[in-house]
Design a protein around this ligand. Structure first.
Ligand SMILES: Nc1ncnc2c1ncn2[C@@H]1O[C@H](COP(=O)(O)OP(=O)(O)OP(=O)(O)O)[C@@H](O)[C@H]1O
Ligand SMILES: [Mg+2]
Length: 434
């Protein structure tokens, strides 16, 4: 049955009963009695309606605290429908509150910044990432115009030009930010910020690496091409000159090969598909090889000694041989003839350590933090003389990273340097279990 019928049928029936009752009473006891009873019945009915209206008004004022009675007649249905409405409303409100809380939590976990603004750029809300990126504070800056909060000429131009279909790259608070304004709803806009500092740094490193590698390869290639041109234009060169040119070309070719091999080694060490193969390393044997290589390179120009005073470790012997070999060869190449070089394998504070100490040319303090950068050389011309590619310490750094080891450098110009490789205690072979 429709709600209208549900209301009108019982109400009509009740009215009919009152009218018929009054008419019957009027027929038996006279019209005055019939009218009086009818009037009394009407007064009672109106009083009941007014009472329920009063209760309804009180409930509407504070629906949470006042309880509605079950009601009588049509009121029963009205009250039960009102209750249902209120219950649905409560449920919707709880769902909405939960959604809002979830939305805020998701927004606060976003790595990108989000600022919600009205159509004239007054801030309504922002997430923690936006606070970090733009230096805002949600509770402090709410209701302020973002152009007063983000004081940057490029950002101002972006707002003035209003070309929001393109993102803007902004340097702000020592970060590179990609900022984008997106209009939404009719009268709101979202400002999204993405921190591109790390991406930019990697991109710059990649550009630098390619530029440096090309430069390093170009120099020996220019030398080789120069000699080839001479050989082509002057076929009757005397054998001694020709031999010396061939020797120089051979050296430059070797240099290019070293460079390419070092670059490939670095790429391999950086690759995640190249896992570290741990094995127990016989340190006395490995260090003896390093000593012999260093002595061969020095060809008797230095006094090189080795002291082994710590146990074996687990690691990749090929990688550590290359890293330790580089440190030892640096000591030979950057120590003038007659100098002393000491290789040590001993127990340090946190675990075993390998050190190479020399009495060489030393390194000024300002260079120390940059030595492990690719192609970084303190003195380019001297390094070229010594056939260095400038990739050695970068390889050392990567090898050590893979072994949880760290490199420390102590050096005094004109006095000498000590390169120390510190391994964690867990690297000791017995500690890992035989
Ligand atoms: N023991 C040392 N004494 C003085 N300077 C050093 C020493 N070891 C390294 N350096 C400086 O650090 C720079 C970087 O060393 P690295 O081993 O990375 O490159 P390289 O020796 O020039 O070339 P490579 O090792 O690739 O052949 C060197 O060019 C040199 O200037
Ligand atoms: Mg080196």
């Amino acid at each position: 049955m429709s709600p209208q019928l549900l209301f009108w049928v019982p109400a009509g029936l009740r009215l009919l009963v009152v009218l018929l009752g009054s008419a019957l009473l009027g027929a038996f006891f006279g019209p005055v009695v019939g009218l009086a009873v009818g009037l009394l019945a009407m007064i009672v009915a109106v009083t009941v309606q007014l009472h329920y209206l009063y209760l309804l008004a009180g409930w509407l004022d504070s629906p949470a605290t006042v309880r509605l009675p079950d009601g009588w007649g049509a009121w029963t249905d009205i009250f039960s429908r009102l209750y249902r409405l209120r219950r649905d409303d409560d449920r919707n409100r709880t769902e909405l509150t939960e959604w809002l809380a979830r939305f805020r939590q998701a927004m606060s976990l976003l790595p990108d910044g989000v600022v919600i603004m009205d159509d004239v750029l007054f801030m309504e809300w922002c997430n923690p990432a936006a606070e970090r990126h733009l230096g805002l504070k949600d509770d402090r800056d709410k209701g302020m115009r973002v152009t007063n909060l983000i004081r940057n000429p490029d950002f101002m131009d972006y707002i003035i030009l209003g070309r929001y279909d393109q993102p803007l790259t902004l340097s702000l608070r020592e970060r590179k930010l990609i900022v984008h304004i997106i209009p939404f709803e009719n009268r709101r806009q979202i400002l999204v910020t993405h921190d591109a500092t790390e991406t930019e740094r990697i991109e710059m490193m990649r550009r630098d690496f390619i530029a440096n590698a090309s430069h390093e390869l170009r120099t020996p290639l220019t030398v080789i091409n120069g000699f080839l041109e001479i050989a082509y234009n002057q076929p009757n060169l005397d054998p001694a000159t020709r031999r010396s040119h061939l020797k120089l070309m051979n050296e430059q070719g070797q240099r290019m090969q070293n460079l390419v091999e070092d670059m490939l080694t670095l790429t391999r060490l950086e690759s995640i598909d190249y896992p570290l193969r741990l094995e127990r390393i016989d340190m006395a044997r490995l260090l003896d090889q390093i000593l012999q290589e260093a002595q061969a390179l020095s060809a008797g120009r230095h006094t090189i000694t080795l002291k082994v005073d710590a146990s074996d470790i687990n690691g990749s012997s090929d990688e550590l041989r290359s890293a330790f070999g580089n440190l030892a060869s640096n000591a030979v190449r950057y120590t003038p003839d007659g100098g002393q070089i000491v290789l040590r394998w001993q127990n340090g504070r946190g675990g075993p350590q390998f050190s190479v100490q020399d009495t060489g040319i030393g390194i000024r303090a300002e260079h120390l933090s940059r030595l492990t950068e690719r192609f970084y050389r303190v003195d380019k011309s001297r390094s070229r003389e010594t056939q260095g590619t400038g990739l050695g310490l970068a390889i050392v750094k990567h090898v050590l990273l893979r072994h949880d080891a760290v490199l420390a450098i102590e050096s005094q110009p004109e006095q000498g340097s000590t390169f120390i490789v510190r391994f964690p205690d867990s690297a000791i072979a017995d500690a890992v279990a035989a």
